[in-house]
Write a new protein. Structure first.
Length: 242
């Protein structure tokens, strides 16, 4: 495998063990379980070896996920939780290819610990290391509600036709439940009432148990809702920049 593509090819969606090189850790950005407990399977894997990994961090160029072309990883800096004169690095996960206006932009899905230049210590990182962005969650739910109102997604419109009456769950496409079954609470983004095969968007309710990232990977919406969310994120990024 060519060195220039090694890092990108080791970014995985819903795969096995995750490896990171980290130069900084804190209880806010890296939450590790006790060593005597099994580690939950991670959602993303970065190569911790090889010069290409360090070049990618040094250039601060966004990293595209080869298995999820809609996902991008941007290197950002945060103020150190103890020493205010220094900063710490993290990868900001985003649906937008352009760098976020700020490290805590509402357009960022969440953060993962990043490589620190000159660090050789190799550690594992999993779901406990992913930190969700609550501001993104609010944008997500608003975009879905608006998308259902505008009828932007044929998948859910067809789902309403089949259901006819009752509550329809908006599932994350990373883990689609079998036909006629209810999905895992972690994968149900929200629910909306259907009457006479029509979606009543004002009845939409967010599912509190939904997780932006699970062992099956980061959030993955159906095509119409994904497109609507990107439009919302681009608008927010523009307003945050101005």
């Amino acid at each position: 495998m060519r060195a220039s593509t090694r890092l990108a090819s080791t970014v995985r969606y819903g795969s096995s063990a995750a490896r990171f090189v980290a130069g900084w850790s804190s209880h806010q950005m890296v939450r590790r379980p006790p060593s005597n407990l099994p580690r939950r399977p991670p959602c993303i894997r970065f190569s911790a070896m090889g010069p290409c990994a360090r070049r990618a961090v040094s250039s601060q160029a966004p990293i595209a996920d080869p298995d999820r072309p809609d996902l991008f990883y941007h290197l950002v800096s945060f103020p150190h939780p103890v020493n205010s004169s220094s900063s710490a690095s993290a990868y900001a996960l985003s649906f937008l290819p352009a760098p976020p206006p700020s490290s805590r932009s509402a357009t960022v899905i969440g953060w993962l610990p990043a490589i620190a230049e000159g660090t050789s210590r190799d550690i594992e990182a999993g779901l406990d290391d992913f930190v969700e962005n609550p501001n993104f969650r609010s944008l997500l739910q608003g975009a879905i509600r608006q998308g259902l109102r505008e009828g932007v997604d044929e998948v859910w419109m067809n789902g309403a036709l089949q259901l006819r009456h009752g509550w329809m769950h908006i599932h994350d496409s990373r883990n689609i439940p079998p036909l006629g079954r209810i999905g895992d609470p972690d994968d149900i983004i929200g629910s909306v009432l259907v009457e006479d095969s029509k979606i009543l968007p004002d009845t939409y309710q967010a599912m509190p148990s939904y997780r932006l990232c699970t062992s099956d990977g980061p959030i993955q919406l159906t095509e119409g809702l994904a497109r609507k969310l990107r439009i919302v994120l681009e608008d927010v990024a523009s307003r945050e920049t101005s």
